[in-house]
Design a protein around this ligand. Structure first.
Ligand SMILES: *Cc1c(COP(=O)(O)O)cnc(C)c1O
Length: 367
């Protein structure tokens, strides 16, 4: 059971918006089903809180957002695929144009339809994934400006590679290159900051910020306290409680052998649901699960549908077959789990499987 606290989601988005000046637009990044939490619910809540601008990766998700938020500005981070311009404009979607051919194609589409359709231009400043390179922008400035003049340049954007590491030198150098890129392009609103970028301070906010992970309660800065509220709580049912003798092992590979008699709980949740197997094989200490108010360490390997915990320290009266064990919540958050698996909270959230029953809470009640 995955409980998504919509009040915490709203509070996080509002807190991020309030970190920026009133003139700065706070968008919502909702790619990959809103980081696994459910696109429709998340878009509805953010839109009701005042979010008017959404970013997602794919055209298909853009269409889904359009069906929910009729008036929103919706940007597609994948950019423009060849021949697809009409699909974007049919749904009023804005590609983040990432290269000269994409810019040329959008300009041609605008000429052909007789309308200046809005789009963003994505400039690469050091991430080296998508985006118009500075070298190309410098070399072909006049030609590019002429093409861009044929559509509505609604946003100039770039993306930070190391915003989660506040003193990484790449942050400054990306900002410097972004400032240069803006002088080479026609005037337009600008956007550089993801969640981590918002915490880098007002210099990084420009006209629009694009938080994702922090809205969902995740850690935006490494090694610093996370001020966001947790949004998700994940629990699994206790299927069986077992008594084991000393020298018995548990789970695949018999990786954990008990030194003394122990009691274990087998919980219905596994890697097929996104409780990554790496959590149980990574050298970092395994996380605990919470049963009632007590902590029990995971033992043995995580299986496809099952996970086992050592509940020897929990009095038998406080644990029962059919009860719930909390796997993600206030005690073990998404980033704690990520640390146990050697990954990031983003992957924990987006791995949560489709089979998990999702419950959306508002004012403490399922809605
Ligand atoms: C995913 C993404 C974001 C949001 O990043 P977070 O670190 O989750 O805040 C912002 N901008 C772009 C281009 C992205 O791809």
């Amino acid at each position: 059971m995955l409980e998504v606290d919509l009040d915490a989601l709203r509070a996080n988005w509002c807190a991020l918006r309030d970190r920026t000046a009133a003139s700065v637009i706070c968008a919502g990044v909702v790619k990959a089903e809103a980081y696994g939490l459910g696109l429709e619910r998340v878009v509805r809540v953010l839109a009701a809180a005042g979010c008017t601008t959404f970013f997602t990766a794919t055209l298909e998700e853009g269409r889904q957002i359009r069906a929910i938020a009729a008036a929103a500005d919706i940007y597609i981070l994948d950019g423009l695929l060849p021949g697809a311009a009409a699909h974007y404009t049919d749904s009023g979607l804005r590609p983040a144009l990432s290269s000269c051919p994409e810019i040329a194609e959008w300009a041609d589409h605008c000429d052909a339809t007789g309308r200046m359709h809005p789009a963003a231009v994505h400039v690469d400043t050091g991430m080296n994934r998508l985006g118009l390179s500075l070298t190309e922008l410098r070399a072909r400035q006049t030609e590019l400006a002429a093409m861009i003049g044929r559509f509505d340049l609604a946003l100039v954007m770039s993306h930070l590679a190391c915003a989660d590491t506040p003193d990484h030198p790449l942050n400054r150098s990306q900002k410097t290159l972004f400032d240069e890129a803006r002088t080479l392009l026609p005037p337009a609103p600008a956007s550089l900051a993801n969640s981590g970028g918002i915490f880098l301070g007002p210099d990084y906010h420009y006209d629009l910020v694009r938080p994702g992970i922090a809205v969902y309660g995740g850690r935006a800065r490494d090694g610093l306290p996370n001020p966001m509220q947790p949004v998700v709580r994940l629990s699994g049912r206790i299927l069986q409680i077992r008594e084991l003798q000393a020298d018995e092992s548990i789970g695949y590979g018999a990786t954990h052998v008990f030194k003394a008699p122990a009691r274990t709980a087998t919980i219905s949740y596994g890697y097929a649901d996104g409780y990554l197997r790496a959590i149980s094989t990574h050298p970092a200490p395994p996380p605990t699960v919470t049963i009632a108010t007590r902590q029990a360490p995971l033992v043995g390997r995580i299986s496809m549908d099952l996970v086992t915990a050592d509940v020897s320290a929990i009095p038998p009266g406080e644990i029962e077959r059919g009860g719930w064990a909390e796997l993600i919540g206030n005690t073990v958050g998404i980033d704690d789990l990520a640390d146990s698996a050697g990954t990031i909270g983003y992957e924990i959230l987006t791995s949560l499987g489709r089979r998990v029953h999702r419950i959306y809470l508002e004012n403490g009640k399922a809605v």
